[in-house]
Design a binder for this molecule. Structure first.
Ligand SMILES: [Mn+2]
Length: 552
């Protein structure tokens, strides 16, 4: 079982840092196979922090939905093509499987061999009795099937259609019977009837098998050698020898080349859909080179998925990594509103409206009396500082302040210094195109009967903003049109002064209701506003409420 600790999609600093630190805590507490994941790309600020504390970024995980590889059988029994029926049947019997994949010498799947096809061969239709005594195989295999000995001549590995003939009749009948077939395709099974043996040699049959371990005269041996007819001895009686020899036939003609296969990455959901509508019994799982890497059968779908999630910094499935709803969620650590899911088992669910999830992770370390490594303390500081704008956001609590102090001592880093370093790099305005600036941290809302979006970026000062103001407004116009939203806003927060600007694409009626100082038709100055969720969104909802009141 793998446990993935992972933050929300479009991860921010808090999501990345709390996931890394919490995965480490779980490892220290003895949870096996825990990894930290990220449900999206890091940004320059996150990279700066990871580099500063020498910690690699968590593994990118795009989708955790169950896949075929999660439940398939990897201990695959397959049969090589050109195998004999004898060999294949033993494998089927061994695993009590209803069929087997057939592979070439490079383990590429050529098709399926079903028990049904084999039994059809062993017991053909009544009207097809001629085929009972025909087999396709090499003399070497046939002789091997009944462990025969060569008395004259050599084995031959060439694959041929061969006719079995049991000489249990008079010479005259034998002669007539032999004429019906091409004699060099015939293997005669006979006991110690020397005249028949001699006739078969004269007819230049493919081989003569002397059954029952009976002796053969020197005369017959030399006649066979001279005529180039192979002479063999079987220690089994005629019936047993012939039945064993039939097992030497090659499976190649019995392979079903039409079959349904999956890739290891195939979502289990779609595989289930296909399998439930299929009458096939096994489904080969093939890699990119068509090599057999597993087998899926209907019974495998009830196997447990070997992957579970711990969500940090979010509790809404709509914000979670793709497929989160299809696997077990075993813990949630968050500081947002609740809009959650239900679970089958009791889980640890800790939602606490402190300034950051990193704060909660630090508290978890304390709860378990596990010391925090200096680098991890640095990461948690970064998550906390980033989410609370170094404790200046109204979302910050005294708990955050205490934890930040403690972390600072462990990491040996001043919070103010770290904050400066974080916000100095990767200005979204300098590193991203206007359209990307809008999307970097964009939240969509549907409230008061209106659809709207609020994006937020943190900058050191507004100088880069004023240069791009026009393009940013165009990007907001575009996003608003695309989403058919009532308005689209961008909050540009200056982390130095703890003030913000609000650039907004909205109808005139809405702009009129805004009470903040208006710097230009679409730009407002929001003094002391830094928190989208605690300050701006409640204010905007209030404005929408006014619009509704006016309309009605
Ligand atoms: Mn957070």
């Amino acid at each position: 079982m793998q446990t993935i600790v992972i933050g929300h999609r479009n991860p921010d600093m808090d999501s990345i840092c709390s996931a890394i630190a919490y995965a480490e805590l779980k490892q220290k507490l003895g949870t096996p196979n825990v990894i930290a994941g990220r449900a999206g790309n890091t940004n320059e600020r996150i990279d700066f922090v990871l580099q500063k504390f020498g910690v690699p970024a968590p593994e990118f995980i795009s989708d955790v939905a169950p896949r075929v590889a999660d439940v398939m059988e990897t201990q695959v029994i397959s049969v090589p093509h050109h195998s004999s029926i004898d060999h294949a049947m033993n494998s089927i019997e061994m695993k009590r499987m209803r069929g087997l994949p057939v592979v070439d010498s490079e383990n590429r799947c050529l098709g399926l061999l079903s028990g049904w096809k084999v039994s059809q061969y062993l017991f053909p239709q009544r009207e097809d009795t001629d085929s009972w005594r025909e087999i396709f195989g090499s003399l070497g295999d046939i002789v091997g099937a009944f462990e025969g000995q060569f008395l004259a001549g050599e084995p031959d590995e060439q694959q041929n259609k061969v006719v079995f003939m049991v000489a249990a009749m008079s010479r005259a009948s034998f002669g007539q019977r032999l004429q019906r077939h091409q004699s060099d395709r015939v293997i005669v099974f006979v006991g110690d009837r020397e005249e028949i043996q001699a006739d078969a040699i004269s007819a230049k049959v493919l081989a003569i098998v002397i059954t029952g371990g009976l002796g053969v005269s020197a005369k017959i041996r030399s006649a066979a050698k001279e005529a180039g007819v192979r002479l063999l001895s079987s220690r089994y009686d005629t019936a047993t020898t012939v039945l064993s020899a039939r097992g030497a036939t090659k499976i190649d003609s019995m392979i079903d080349h039409q079959f349904t296969s999956f890739m290891p990455e195939t979502p289990l959901k779609s595989a289930r859909h296909i399998v439930s509508g299929s009458s096939e019994y096994i489904f080969p799982v093939l890699d990119d080179d068509k090599r057999l890497v597993g087998i899926l059968s209907k019974s495998h779908f009830i196997r447990p998925i070997p992957r579970q999630l711990i969500l940090v910094d979010h509790n809404e499935l709509s914000q979670a990594v793709k497929g989160a709803g299809e696997v077990q969620i075993v813990e949630v650590l968050d500081h947002h509103r609740l809009a959650s899911f239900s679970t089958d088992i009791p889980i640890l669910f800790w939602n606490n409206p402190v300034g950051s999830t990193s704060t909660l992770v630090a508290l978890s370390y304390k709860q378990h009396s596990v010391p925090i490594e200096p680098a991890t303390a640095g990461l948690l500081m970064a998550g906390l500082i980033s989410d609370t704008l170094n404790l200046t956001s109204p979302t910050a609590t005294p708990i955050d302040a205490n934890i930040l102090q403690e972390l600072s001592k462990i990491a040996g880093v001043e919070p103010a210094k770290l904050a400066e370093g974080i916000f100095a790099v990767g200005s979204p305005l300098l590193t991203l195109a206007p359209g990307e600036v809008i999307l970097a941290d964009c939240k969509d809302y549907q409230e008061e009967g209106f659809k709207f979006s609020v994006s937020q970026i943190e900058e050191l000062g507004y100088s880069h903003f004023y240069v791009k103001e026009k393009e940013l407004l165009e990007a907001l116009d575009g996003y608003r049109a695309k989403e058919s939203s009532y308005f689209a806003a961008l909050l540009v927060t200056d982390v130095n002064t703890q003030n913000s600007l609000l650039l907004i694409s909205a109808p005139a009626e809405f702009l009129e209701t805004m009470t903040y100082p208006r710097l230009s038709p679409y730009l407002f100055e929001l003094h002391s506003v830094v928190s989208r969720k605690k300050q701006l969104v409640p204010y905007l909802l209030d404005c929408l409420h006014k619009i509704n009141a006016t309309v009605s």
